[in-house]
Ligand binder design. Structure first.
Ligand SMILES: C[S@@+](CC[C@H](N)C(=O)[O-])C[C@H]1O[C@@H](n2cnc3c(N)ncnc32)[C@H](O)[C@@H]1O
Length: 311
């Protein structure tokens, strides 16, 4: 099966992290916002993959494409065919409309333009027509409004990126956020169907984290109050968003100690920091496979995917 993944990010703030996440998902460098691939990746976990077209037929001639689609004997009780506009090749509106109506005629079943169950799409990219089933990735922010948040909470985008950078396309990793705050990473991980839990040293914050995940129907006990130094279980992945700023009064040494601890409770660790720690990590014998940043104006968050050199 071939897929067309459509990637969207804001430049320049999200470019670096989006391209690194792409590398993790597709195991190759980012080259285009329209990416053809045979890989069936869990794309709804990404905040950057906007849509996916599962390609059912492709041809440089529309007549031949129609014949190919007819041969597929597609049927749907409730469908519509749309023209999927792309930034690479323009097809004028009238032409695209007439092509879509010809395609609808060779699909069995009923059309529903307002509430279709199935969306078939045609697009034309650099001399080739592609027809397929369109899936939109529009529910990744369903937990945007959780009951409790605080000034140090990660955005959903940052939380999802951190998970994807460390977890890739895996479904079965045991994941922990050992400084989980009000549980943004835990909540997003649960929404992605992952085996994730969290803990935080602060009583009030961890209590709010429990209330947050319970609000969305998850087991509140997946978040506990605990100092990272007291964690005895071992995980595949730890995701740590280190405390920072004027309210936390935490030194760089303390931040590095927390990251070091996270690297000792899991095989891999995603560390989210506000300064670059390349030299410090080298001195701590921590190597990184991925490093990227997410910007918001002048504010940078760095994401390192770390591994201990001694394991
Ligand atoms: C930047 S905040 C995490 C925010 C979180 N990602 C969120 O979105 O809500 C860092 C957290 O680390 C916790 N923390 C600090 N020292 C800790 C320790 N020794 N063990 C566990 N948690 C700790 C703090 O209580 C704080 O909630």
């Amino acid at each position: 099966m071939n897929y067309l993944y459509v990637i969207n990010y804001f430049e320049p703030d999200e470019e670096n992290i989006c391209q690194e996440e792409f590398q993790v998902f597709f195991q190759q460098p980012f080259t285009s916002r329209y990416h053809f691939s045979q890989l069936d990746i869990p794309f709804t976990r990404s905040v950057f993959i906007k849509d996916r077209l599962t390609i059912l037929a492709s041809n440089s001639s529309l007549t031949m494409l129609l014949k190919e689609v007819e041969k597929l004997e597609l049927y749907s009780d409730c469908f519509k065919v749309i023209y999927y506009k792309n930034a690479l090749t323009h097809l004028d509106y009238r032409t695209s409309l007439s092509y879509c109506s010809r395609l609808s005629e060779v699909i069995g079943g009923d059309t529903d333009l307002v509430h279709p169950q199935d969306i078939f799409a045609l697009t034309y990219i650099e001399g080739v027509y592609y027809f397929g089933k369109l899936e939109k990735n529009n529910s990744w922010h369903k937990y945007e409004h959780k009951p409790y948040s605080y000034s140090h909470s990660l955005s959903i985008k940052a939380a999802r990126c951190a998970i994807n950078l460390g977890n890739g396309t895996h479904d079965d990793l045991k994941i922990i956020d050992p400084c989980c705050g009000v549980g943004t990473v835990v909540l997003e991980g649960l929404a992605m169907g992952l085996d994730i839990r969290g803990s935080d040293i602060n009583r009030d914050v961890s209590y709010k984290g429990r209330l947050n995940i319970e609000h969305f129907g998850y087991d509140p006990l997946l978040i506990t109050r605990r100092d990272i130094h007291d964690i005895t279980e071992y995980y595949d992945l730890a995701i740590i968003d280190v405390p920072y700023g004027v309210y936390s009064h935490i030194s760089q040494e303390q931040q590095l100690d927390l990251i070091n601890e996270a690297c000792h409770i899991a095989s891999n660790c995603v560390a989210i920091t506000h300064v670059e720690y390349d030299e410090a990590f080298k001195a701590m014998h921590l190597s990184y496979q991925h490093k990227c940043y997410l910007r918001k104006g002048n504010f940078y968050r760095y994401f390192y995917v770390l591994e201990r050199e001694d394991i």
